[in-house]
Design a protein. Structure first.
Length: 298
């Protein structure tokens, strides 16, 4: 990847900031100068804090290597986010380990392998192996989004194995690390980072609901909803409201469950999530919630 130093300078000028002001508390003024003049890439942590202070997205000043493997991983990621796991797996199977050059390539490879084994193939042991490869061999810092995703995935895999104590340990670790990254003002406006945050909170909430901790699940769902709403993102919003409603049912908050099922249903129509729409209808029937008066074509 490479950085667009001139773009950093332009964004800084628009904010009316000096190099010293931009650097304050993040890095040295000399580092900002190197970024702007020579497109020198500092650590990713520093770069993300600089972007956060400028109020821009990392993708606005960073260009990833335009190679085939990068595009393949992006395609797999997009398919997974849209719940098209079979298509993602078909593309993933064409990747060969010898193609993996950078540490980032290897982290992505083992994360997607673990995710596909867990969610599509229902093979938690293979998932744990692949997530473990990522965590033990290719992660240099715990404050690494792939490390957090792999830690979460390991917890979800143990849940599939009904090892609930282990599952809770890994999921708690993933959430705690994400909280720590938030506290350090990590990349607020980056779309991939935001969607991963929402996914982690939603998945952790799902685990807590399964092991009968509905209040803890609701707290995580509310965190995810705040992230989505603050960023005006629809990502997983339908699923989050459906999860929220289901946990309200367990807590016997009947009116809140009604309200959140209505919102989830409407959002599932907007996002054309037919699978979720059907599940919401079935859940509402199970819990004797009145039919929704929402047009089918949203």
């Amino acid at each position: 990847m490479r950085i667009l130093g001139e773009k950093v300078r332009q964004f800084r000028k628009r904010k009316g900031m000096s190099q010293k002001e931009l650097a304050d508390g993040i890095c040295t003024q000399a580092t900002i100068s190197l970024i702007e003049k020579k497109s020198k890439i500092p650590s990713m942590k520093i770069m993300m804090k600089i972007c956060n202070r400028l109020g821009i997205r990392l993708s606005e000043v960073i260009i990833e290597n335009d190679d085939q493997l990068y595009r393949t991983f992006k395609k797999i990621d997009n398919l997974i986010r849209h719940d098209q796991l079979a298509n993602a797996a078909t593309i993933f199977e064409k990747i060969r380990p010898k193609q993996l050059r950078s540490n980032t390539d290897k982290k992505q490879y083992y994360y997607y392998e673990g995710y596909i084994q867990l969610i599509l193939n229902d093979n938690p042991d293979e998932a744990i192996f692949n997530f473990g490869m990522l965590l033990n061999q290719f992660v240099k810092s715990s404050h690494d989004m792939y490390a957090i995703l792999a830690t979460l995935g390991t917890g979800l895999a143990y849940e599939r194995k009904q090892s609930y104590d282990k599952a809770e340990i890994f999921v708690k670790q993933a959430v705690a690390t994400l909280h720590a990254m938030d506290a350090q003002d990590m990349p607020l406006g980056d779309d991939d980072y935001l969607q991963n945050e929402i996914l982690i909170y939603a998945s952790a909430a799902q685990l807590y609901a399964k092991i009968n901790f509905p209040q803890e699940a609701l707290e995580l769902i509310d965190l995810a909803l705040k992230k989505a709403q603050d960023s005006q993102s629809l990502y997983l919003l339908d699923r989050l409201y459906a999860q929220k409603a289901a946990n309200e049912v367990v807590l016997n908050n009947v009116q809140a469950a009604h309200d959140h099922y209505y919102v989830a249903y409407a959002l599932s129509l907007v996002t054309h999530n037919a699978k979720l729409t059907q599940k919401i209808i079935e859940d509402m029937a199970t819990y004797h919630i009145a039919p929704l008066k929402v047009a089918r074509e949203a």
